[in-house]
Write a protein that binds this ligand. Sequence first.
Ligand code: DHE
Length: 523
Amino acid sequence: MIRHSFSFLVMAAVALPSAAGAADVAPAAAVTLYQQHCASCHGADRLGGTGPALLPESLQRLRRDAAATTITLGRSATQMPGFGDLLSPAETTALVELIYQPLAEPPSWSLEQMLASRIIHTPTAELPARPAHDADPLNLFTVVEAGDQHVTILDGDRFTPLWRFPSHYALHGGAKYSPDGRFVYLGSRDGWVSKYDLYSLQPVAEIRAGINLRNIAVSADGGSVAVGNYLPPSLVILDAHDLAPLKVVAAADRQGKPSRISAVYTAPPRQSFIVALKDAAEMWEVSYRAKPDPVARALVHTYEPGMEEGAFDFGPFPVRRIALDDVLDDFFFDPGYRSAIGAARNARNAQVINLNVGRKVADVAMQGMPHLASGITFEHEGRTVLATPLLNEPVIAVFDIETWAPVGRIATGGPGFFLRSHENTPYAWSDTSLGTARDQIQIIDKRTLEIVRTLRPAPGRLTSHVEFSRDGRHALVSVSEMDGELVVYDAERFVEVQRLPMRKPSGKYNVYNKITLSAGTSH
Ligand code: DHE
């Protein structure tokens, strides 16, 4: 497989094109340059090919100067060559300007294109019955290395890499596992869903389910994978075995106004996927309880507004619409999956939605912008609480999950992205990577809600995501720099055990903690 990716590294020593030079190259000439140098890999329409899509929607995380560096120098460990000898600085700048322009027509991704993109790497019948390695298959970590678009599968007992492979461009959101932990599914921002076998350490299948993907979820019965897309606005249901599309739902409100999907998660006791919409004040529940019959399996169902009778769609994976007061950017479930608590990024309140009755039942004053996907639950003074970092305040907000009453606000050394814990530790670990002190991990005692220790694994360097080992004895921390590392801590004594060099590690996901729905991590 050929993989292209963009550098997030700006090499100051290299003379880069200046914005002033862009005036030298007309936009029409930039289009010609694009067709000459870029189209064969990135697609004549910029929707991607063997290289990633070059659209503003998929390049959100890449600064323009970093894009210019990549065009000039290429990208090591990928098929992206440097064009510094072929393009003048002004031409490079013009190309950068071009790829950050939206397309004149909203890009479409048809079912035919989706089907044509699908690759079966290893037929299920050829997969071995037992692991080909001697590591505990339930104590593996999938580690995303965003720096050079790779993934490392790590033995969680010995902290040694078992397998490192190239991924699609910009993986985002949690890795999702099959219920038995054998397979891992990854979604990339440019629309690819890939499945890998953790027994034989090889790819199984992949499909491009959209152009700009948000996140994926695997059903609790292991049968299907839901894909939430920004572009085209859609929810795609795939067969979890071979990633064949089963249903494509055009994401739109009841009146037909399109909406991006902001997040999709599985709700195991409900046997359904719960879906948040970014541009429509609705939440969806898509049931996977009824299995598609063989005829339905052979057909790919589509669903658009207007097809439903009442609030329901009667095809396989029926869509149930729940009307809300506001859009949702993200949400979190109570432990019984009866309610979801969700919030819009620009809101200061969160809404509690009772999924059984299908309506909003409470507002929760957050006094800040919660990062609910990073929330955790734990027992505190005899009640279950939800704790979530706020993205715009140096605070972790804590709420009673039964009454939604505030329980506390933990003042931290800066706003952070992630909060992680484990049933076997009294501590929760949080980063402060969105503040000025980007290098801190703060350890909170879940009994007192007080910070008991601040760690700086690599002073001055961006430090973020934490995940615990299967037994909760170790906490793995990402130093998310290009020449970064994974720092393994003894979670009881807060002392460093090991360092593993990694290329800008972002998230890491422990198989056991994920499949057992540990309260200390995301699912
Ligand atoms: Fe994430 C998970 C949304 C920016 C790294 N992020 C998620 C999830 C959502 C989300 C909805 C849960 C999906 C899941 O697990 O299936 N993230 C958003 C945003 O809206 C935001 C703020 C803006 C955006 O660009 O989309 C955003 N996220 C980032 C980053 O800038 C991070 C740090 C680097 C990156 O990769 O872009 C980042 N997000 C992550 C990670 C997870 C994640 C590592 C999984 C955490 C986990 O433990 O499950």
